[in-house]
Every structure is written in C-alpha cells, then in structure tokens.
Design a binder for this molecule. Sequence first.
Ligand SMILES: *Cc1c(COP(=O)(O)O)cnc(C)c1O
Length: 366
Amino acid sequence: MRIPMVDLAGQYRDLKAQIEPAMAATLNAAQYILGPNVQAFEAEAAKYLGVKHAITCANGTDALHLALLAAGIGPGDEVITTPFTFIATAEAIAYVGAKAVFVDIDPQTLNIDVAQVAQAVTPKTKALLPVHLFGQPANIQPLLDLAQKHGLKLIEDCAQSFGAHVGGRQTGSMGDVGAFSFFPSKNLGCYGDGGMVTTQSDAMAETLRMLRNHGSKVRYYHDIIGYNSRLDELQAVVLRAKLPHIDHYNQQRRRVAHRYSAGLTGLGIQTPHEDGVGLHVYHQYTMLTDRREVIQKALADQQIASAIYYPVPLHQQKVFADMAAGQSFPVTESVAARCLSLPIYPELSDAAVDEVCGVIRQALQA
Ligand SMILES: *Cc1c(COP(=O)(O)O)cnc(C)c1O
C-alpha cells in the first residue's frame, strides 16, 4: 500500500536515536522483567493520566481481565457494555464468568447510548464497561451517575483512547478502573504486546500488582491465584520514549481527521461526530457510507488502505450465539454495515489526506 492504515516504521525512524541506546542499555543491564523502566513508565503514565496507580501488564485484553477481577466481578454478575467494539471487551467479561449485557450505541458518537443503559440495569448488574471507541470519550458523566446510584463499578476500556480527556479528566481516571492497550497500532503503542490498568484505589492497585505476578507480593509467597501478565522492560523503554510525544501525536491525528472531514463534505458521508464534551483523539477515522464497497475498491485501486472496524457486532458473533440469541441492536447493525475507516497516523501528510479525499470524491461522483 502506498498509503497504509498506520506507518509504524516512520514513527520508529523519528525515535530511533532515543530508543536504540536505551534498548542497548537495558539489554546490558539484563533485568528484563519488572525492572526500572517498567517502574518509571508506571510513574510517568500515572502522572500523565492523573491517577494514583498505573499497573502495567502483558496486553490490553489482560488489562480488562485483571481490571474486572480487581473490581470483584465474577460468576453470575452482569456487566453492561457495547456490542460495537473489539471482541476483547466482551472476552474479558466471559473470562471472569460474568455475562456481557449489550446496549445499543449512539448513532452519532458510536459509543454506548447512555439513555438505554439505565433500562438494562438489573439486580444482577455489577459493572458498566464503556469503551472510548476510536478515541472519543464515552459520555461518561451519566454513566458515573448511574454507577453511583446503583452501586456499580465503572470500568473504562481505554485501549483506543490514550490521551483523550473530558474537560481535562483523562480517560482511565474517571471510573473505578481503566484498561489500556499498547498494541503497536494503538495511539500509544510499543513494539509487541503491552497493557496497563489504572486506578485511584490503593486496595485495587495492590490486588492488581499481585494478579499480574502469580498472586504474589513477596517472591515465592502466593496469596491468591494470579497470572503471568507483565510488561517487559524493552517495551517499557519504547513507551517511555513515546509518552512525552503523545499529546503531539494526538494533535496530529486531529489535524488529519479534521482535514478528512473538510475534504469529504457534500458527498453524503457521515463523518465522525465530536460530541463537544470530550477530546476525540482519533485512534481511528471512521465514517459511515452507504457506498462502502465502491469507496474501498477505488481506494485499493490507488494503493490506499482502508478497513472495516467492525464488520460483525459482538451480539452477532458465533462465539456469543447462545448468549445473545434473538437480540438485535439496530443502530449497531446499521453502523457495522456502513462503517469504513481511513488511514490515520500522526505523520500522515496533508497531501496524502487530500489525495484520499480526491479518490473518494471521484468514486462517488462517477
Ligand atoms: C485493542 C483493544 C483491546 C485489546 O487490547 P490487546 O492489547 O490487543 O489485547 C481491547 N479493547 C479494545 C476496544 C481494543 O481496541
């Protein structure tokens, strides 16, 4: 592809002079697991996010899993979430033996429709799990109010929203616990798998630190059944090099997004909607169109990537066929049939954005 969805090599070239010596130093120091870079990154990330504790782990899926465990969610509990997200959100709920209860999405923001969440609360509901999808914060205040009213935990899926905030309150700092992914293509990504859980609670932080390391506080003394889920030192080196640039990266994503939206007006495309409450950091630029195939083909003909996030809503996935039998979420289904994501990354040039818009315009006007 001439214009890929993401250009990780380009970002690496910009940071090479910083990352390679730090990697070499780490290789020589030979403390590869839970060493000084992990500790430093956790402190730096916590400071940036405005949380008391940031506990890194092996990936974003584990971050959700550990977050649910630390929040005390277990068998028989119901967790309300969105059907329009990556599978990991609901997988994590299944891992702890709880049931994912889906609620349809808002047709503008594509985040969970908070007006419908209240109706889904039952005596079994133990937590709300909103996703800050594509980098736009979910409508968090009504969810916080609802959680407080019913004594529910609020767990934020921040896998796509590092640096997004609501009036200065970072995603991952507003609920009881936040789960992040550092998969390479995320807004803040490392060079392999990585994840992190955030919380303001000392007690949950202590549990999380044990959960990620075999249930142990003191080496070879195990208090609970834990997991092997740690971020390694080399990934922490990468994340420490990138964290100081995250606001700039997100600003550049917003530049690209706004240029796309300006360039795609008048074509009958629903461009991403910013709700004016939270800062959208555009992990993805996802538009809605009735002519998705025409656009995808025209882009592919010009060696321009595009992708469908997500083609099959979670309630229609085979794995949830029993659990979600007979359920239907009309907005989600309509969005899944019409969504198309365009290339977006901080280094994407204005000229490239203009070219993508030109190809789409030509395809639709042909
Ligand atoms: C990427 C992602 C995850 C999982 O993160 P991994 O690091 O890939 O395990 C969870 N939720 C959402 C919304 C994601 O986009």
